[in-house]
Each structure stands twice: as C-alpha cells, then as structure tokens.
Write a protein that binds this ligand. Structure first.
Ligand code: FAD
Ligand code: 2HG
Ligand code: ZN
Length: 475
C-alpha cells in the first residue's frame, strides 16, 4: 500500500475508534507474537473497537482499501491463527474492549455476552447468579468468548457439556462486507433454513467477526467433587472411564489423563505443587463428578466408583479432594502441563482425536515408531480422554537444541503421527483448530470433497479473501 493511502487508511480508523485505539508504534508483541512463541508477525496496525458498529465501520474501511484483517481475542490460541503474518500489511482487530455481559436471562438459561469478554469473567458472572457456564480451560483467565467460538474450544468439561459450539444458541457477526448480522435469539429451536451460526463457530476468523453471542448456562450443581487416581496403563484409564460413565452417568463432568513424563514436567517446573503419588505409575487421571442432590450423594457415588475400580485393578491408588481448595489444587496440576511444557522449551503439539477405545493401541504403536525414528524424543501425552482427545506432544531430546529439533524434525514427526491418526480414523485437530501451523496438514488429511465445500463457503462469504487469509485454508 503506498504511504499516502496507508496514512489515509489509518486516519479513517482513528476517526472510527479514536486515536488511542489504533496502535502502530512501540512494543506490539502482545498482539504480534503467538502464545507459543512460534511466529512473530508484523501488523499494519492494531485496532481496538468498542462497539459492533465500530467493528462494522472498520471492516468497511478494510474492504474499501483491500486490507486484510486478523480478528484477535486473548491471543492464547495454539496454532498461530490470531497474529498477523510478517508482511506488515494485515490489520489486527482486537476485540478485548468489547467485553460487556449484555443480558443474563435466568428463565431462558442464557447469557448474552460480547466477544471480548474474558472466559473467567463470564464464568464468574454466571456463578454470581447461581449458574454454571460450563466451558473451562487453563487459559480461561485471558482467552475470550469470541476466541472460544472462533476455535470451537473444548477444554475439560466437554465430556458432559460439549464444545463451545454446543453451548452457543446465537451469534452477532460483522460480515466480511461490514454488514451486521444479528442472530442473538437465544432460541433452542429454529429451523428457518441454514443454521448460520455454525458456519462462524470454529471458522477461526476466516469468515467474519463474531461480536457477541448468546450462550447456554446450567444451574449450578449442588456439589462438584474431584478425584485424582493413578492407573497402571492407558487401557486401565479407558476401563475406568467406562465404569465412570456407568456409575455416574450425566454426573461425570470431567475425565482427564496425564502421562508420567507430563507430570514430571510439572514436578520439575512447579515444585511448589503437591502431586499425589510418587510418579512411579505410567498414567494418572483427574475425574470430576457434579451432583444436583448433595455433596454426600456425590461422595458416595465417587467412592463407590473408586472402590470398584480398585478391586478391578484399573485404579492403583486414588485421592478425593476434601475441599474446594484441594479440588482446585488437583485441577491445577493438570492445567499446569502446557505451562510446564512451555518452560521446558519449544515443543511439537499434536491435538488429536481418536475413538476412546482405540487410544491405547494408537499410543502403544505410535510411541514405538517414534522411539525408533526419533531417538530421545520425549513424549508428553495427556488430555481429555473422556472426549477421545489426546495432546500427544513431543519435547526435544534432553539437553538438545529445541529450536534445531523443531526445524529438522517437526515435519517428519508430524507426518508420522498424522499418518497414524489417519490409520486410526482420527482427526488432526480436536479442539485447537488449524491456524497457520496446520493448514498444510489440513490440505493433506481432509477429503478433497470436504476441502472443496470449505473453499466454496469461504468464497461465498469472503470473496475478497480479507478475513484472516492464509489461515486454515491454503491461499
Ligand atoms: P485468539 O487466540 O485470540 O484467537 C483464536 C482464533 O480465533 C484466531 O483464529 C482468531 O482469528 C479467531 N478469533 C478470535 N476472536 C474472534 C472473533 N471475535 N471473531 C472471529 N474470530 C475470532 N483450547 C482448547 O480448546 N482447550 C483447552 O483445554 C485449551 N487449553 C489451553 C491452555 C493454555 C495454557 C493455553 C495458552 C491455551 C489453551 N487452549 C485450549 C487454546 C486457546 O486458549 C483456545 O483456543 C481459546 O479458545 C482461544 O481464545 P482467545 O480469545 O485467546 O483467541
Ligand atoms: C490443554 O488441554 C490445552 O491443556 C493445551 O488444550 C494443550 O498445550 C497443549 O498441547
Ligand atoms: Zn486441551
């Protein structure tokens, strides 16, 4: 863009959102560098609108000047989808000033919230009115509901409540043309044609900008209990999951698995945390039961389950949290794994899903292949076993240069793992999305028919290819 045209464009943006909210100078790392520090981009500017109308005006200005837009929430995404490329031509559209909770409708069990609202703020607002907003992930203190919808985030309660998609009843969106679509109906039934909200959920900012959403809440359970158990194998963890479904039914609200090396990284980098058991067993599980009757009822159910599991041998040892503080501490261990991985150094992530029943075989087989092909590679396996979603991550060999390992080994490592995922009929992205890190892989692993349909949708909604171009779909 010639300098004069660029000045005119920035002047237009300043007139829309105010001078203070168009950032072009100083340290813009918070918007230009992704959470994993995988890529640093360069933004033309960071623009921070405060209303839906301002977003629409910004997009219209972008359309008029042919400027591409990268919507951004908390910038906690795992696949480099929310930061600009290195060209210095893309506008980062940060939604964080649009953070109001517009309405909470207790009778309809819904809350309408702006896209930039931090997830934890939304959880707390619901809790204050006696409701649970059942989306929970370790980034909840900084990720936004717009980003959660943009990625169709999962987290630790999907086993009971589903992904963000399942929690959304309506959206308000600014289209790629700068029009406002108001779909905040809060209806549970509406069969008036294509359900447009589902196009935008999980579209990673490539089709339009989500500015607000109507989300489901559930009545706060009377009790939520957490247990931490060690298990002799992944097969045993799967057996325990089956028992938990049978005993707890809809009361099972969390079921996470953690490999011993993943836990050892938490021990190493967060020694102040107390991890039950000594780390001798290959896997541990965190499980949560929610109960609408009472804590005593929940405890009886959980203890019955654990006793049966101990007798069966699918659990070796278990503790049940005695207080909310203890429950939080147990969950904190699990949630610290990505942070411990980051402290350990750059790493390779595989956010995969496979039928729960096939996960043990997948891990056995793939671990063996990796050990042979990449001697010393350290496997950090953990995740949402209840959803068949494993974070099958890899840390560079001990003492090696992680940057060099990623440069030389990430491609062949990904090829090996994703070929295995194909063999097991799984998915190469369960909850984090595609962004730029996985777009080549999407092109290889998604069927040509599905890719063709995706391209048609993109072309129909964003014919100028201005919305987060190059993310998800290859240019
Ligand atoms: P960003 O990172 O800012 O954006 C993510 C994507 O959404 C980008 O493509 C962006 O363009 C798009 N986007 C953002 N806002 C909008 C909008 N308003 N309209 C349209 N598109 C938009 N993810 C999980 O699924 N489960 C987990 O358990 C989980 N745990 C995590 C733990 C840690 C410690 C961290 C750092 C991340 C974790 N994540 C997890 C990944 C991440 O937090 C989620 O993907 C989250 O949903 C991203 O929200 P965000 O506001 O940070 O979005
Ligand atoms: C989690 O479940 C997140 O903790 C992050 O999805 C996973 O860092 C990862 O690979
Ligand atoms: Zn996860």
């Amino acid at each position: 863009m010639p300098p004069i045209a660029q000045d005119t464009f920035l002047h237009t943006l300043r007139a829309i959102v105010g001078d203070a909210h168009v950032l072009t100078e100083g340290d813009l790392s918070a918007w230009e560098l992704d959470w994993r520090k995988r890529q640093r981009g360069k933004a033309l500017a960071v623009v921070r609108p405060a209303t839906t109308e301002e977003v629409a005006a910004v997009i219209k200005a972008c359309v008029a000047s042919g400027i591409s837009v990268v919507p951004q929430g908390g910038n906690t995404g795992m696949v480099v989808g929310s930061t600009p490329d290195a060209s210095g031509t893309q506008l980062v559209l940060s939604l964080t000033r649009m953070n109001k909770i517009r309405t909470l409708d207790a009778a309809n069990l819904t809350v309408t919230v702006e896209a930039g609202c931090v997830l934890q703020t939304l959880q707390q607002a619901c809790e204050a009115q006696g409701f649970l907003f059942p989306l929970s992930l370790a980034a909840e203190g900084s990720c936004t509901i717009g980003g959660n919808l943009g990625t169709n985030a999962g987290g630790t309660q999907v086993v009971r409540y589903g992904n963000t998609r399942e929690l959304c009843l309506g959206l308000e969106v600014v289209t790629a043309q700068g029009e406002i679509w108001s779909g905040l109906t809060g209806l549970r039934k509406d069969n008036t044609g294509y359900d447009l909200r589902h196009l935008f959920i999980g579209s990673e900012g490539t089709l339009g900008v989500i500015t607000a959403a109507t989300m489901k809440m559930v009545p706060m359970p009377a009790a939520m209990l957490t247990a931490f158990a060690s298990v002799p194998s992944l097969d045993a963890a799967v057996e325990l999951l089956g028992l938990a479904h049978k005993t707890l039914s809809a009361g099972l609200t969390g079921f996470e698995v953690m490999g011993d090396f993943a836990l050892s990284l938490v021990r190493k980098h967060f020694p102040q945390q107390h991890i039950p058991f000594d780390g001798e067993d290959p896997y541990c599980v965190v499980l949560e039961v929610s109960d609408h009757d009472s804590e005593a009822h929940a405890r009886t159910l959980l203890e019955t389950l654990l006793e049966e599991a101990l007798q069966d041998g699918c659990v070796l040892d278990a503790v049940v949290a005695e207080s909310l503080a203890q429950a939080r501490a147990l969950w904190h261990i699990r949630e610290s794994i990505p942070l411990a991985q980051a402290q350990e150094g750059l790493n390779i992530k595989h956010d995969i899903s496979i039928a729960v029943s096939r996960i043990p075989d997948f891990v056995r087989e793939t671990d063996a292949q990796i050990a042979q092909a990449f001697p010393g590679a350290r496997m950090v396996a953990y995740g949402h076993l209840g959803d068949g979603n494993l974070h099958y991550n890899v840390q560079a060999p001990e003492g090696s240069d992680a940057e060099a390992f990623l440069r030389d080994q990430e491609k062949p490592m990904n090829a090996l793992v994703y070929d295995q995922v194909d063999r097991y009929n799984g998915s190469i992205s369960a909850e984090h999305g595609i962004g730029s890190l996985k777009r080549e892989k999407l092109a290889e692993h998604k069927s040509p028919v599905a890719l063709g349909l995706m391209r048609s949708i993109k072309q129909a909604l964003d014919p100028q290819n201005l919305m987060n171009p190059g993310r998800m779909l290859k240019p």
